[in-house]
Design a protein around this ligand. Structure first.
Ligand code: SF4
Ligand code: SF4
Ligand code: SF4
Ligand code: SF4
Length: 319
């Protein structure tokens, strides 16, 4: 095996730091960002600290070609937990811009990548619903296709006059500590949330509105409340100081306490997430023709990615 000597470039480091507004040289390699990154926790394949180290050494070419930057779901959790405010997520965004600017990733592939990430939230919803009532899915190819394609039933988010409770009749829901009643449904939380997309899949504003209408109980059986990745971006974005991530955490606790999910559910969900996130990363590798990872690959699914471009998401199914 031959090794190529890396040549740190302080000039390029300054260029990266200035452009990304991130002080990569402040990193003291504590590893908090690696530990807290939800993608890394599920797959072991995205270490924000690695991105920071490359930036510190001024290895701009390597940064722009790094497959891992496309695994990031832009939750900014790595920024929240960094004791030195290094901003790994901002460096990742800069690396993506470099890849796009250099033509390493075409706009067409970028568009398909965004579509895949958005539809992946459907997969997460279906997988969570499955884990609520079953053992672990084995996720064959056909199941992945179905979950990408299948719209989410309206279920908990359909509110009619019969559901609405007058203020005096609303049950206490223990959410008062989180400033929730100050919510004026501006939607900034939904814009900031990396998971939010289709309303029936996951939308923090809708969830907060329902709790304020006294309809928290209707959410306890909804898979959607488990799609939150606790990144706190909703809370940071809220001008009314609503602690949105705490509201959803409370709903999750209430779901466990009320028996809406059993006490082993969290464990099943964690393993289920490993399965579907690993599958997502395989799909991203295929989309961008990355071949460098050692994770066990599931058989080729390029047809799904092609189909994402059309309305027929699963035009080609296995026999
Ligand atoms: S933004 Fe989120 S997904 Fe991306 S590296 Fe940071 S913690 Fe991981
Ligand atoms: S959390 Fe911050 S200081 Fe710690 S390894 Fe990550 S970037 Fe470096
Ligand atoms: S950002 Fe705050 S005020 Fe706006 S909808 Fe979200 S919780 Fe409500
Ligand atoms: S903490 Fe807030 S922004 Fe983050 S995933 Fe949950 S609802 Fe979305």
């Amino acid at each position: 095996m031959s090794y190529q000597l890396l040549r740190p470039d302080p000039g390029l480091r300054s260029k990266i730091e200035n452009a990304a507004q991130a002080a990569s040289n402040m990193c003291w390699t504590c590893g908090s960002c690696d530990f807290e990154c939800p993608v890394n926790r599920a797959t072991g394949s995205l270490r924000p600290q690695k991105v920071v180290r490359l930036a510190t050494m001024g290895l701009l070419d390597e940064l722009a070609e790094l497959p891992e930057v496309w695994y990031c779901q832009t939750c900014r959790r790595c920024i929240e937990v960094c004791p030195n405010r290094v901003k790994p997520a901002t460096l990742i965004e800069y690396a993506r811009q470099q890849a796009l600017g250099r033509g390493l990733v075409s706009m067409e592939k970028y568009r398909r990548f965004k579509a895949l990430f958005s539809l992946f939230q459907r997969v997460r919803w279906h997988a969570t619903a499955y884990a609520m009532h079953n053992d672990l899915p084995d996720l064959p190819h056909s199941q992945w296709c179905d979950w990408l394609e299948e719209p989410i039933p309206e279920m908990a988010f359909t509110v009619t006059k019969q559901h609405y409770l007058p203020h005096a009749d609303r049950p206490g829901n223990g959410q008062d500590d989180f400033h929730l009643q100050a919510c004026f449904t501006c939607g900034e939380c939904s814009s900031a949330c990396p998971v939010s997309g289709e309303r029936h899949v996951f939308d923090p504003r809708t969830i907060f509105r329902m709790v304020n209408l006294g309809l928290a109980e209707r959410l306890l059986n909804a898979p959607s409340i488990w799609l939150c990745i606790a990144c706190q971006r909703c809370s940071d974005a809220c001008s009314q100081l609503v602690k949105g991530h705490e509201v959803i955490k409370q709903l999750q606790n209430q779901a466990i306490e009320s028996g809406a999910v059993d006490r082993n559910f969290s464990h099943r969900l964690e393993i289920t997430n490993r399965l579907i996130y690993t599958r997502l990363l395989d799909e991203i590798d295929m989309l961008f023709n990355f071949n460098s990872r050692n994770r066990t690959r599931i058989q080729h699914h390029a047809e799904i990615i092609d189909a994402l471009n059309s309305q027929a998401l699963c035009a080609v199914r296995p026999a």
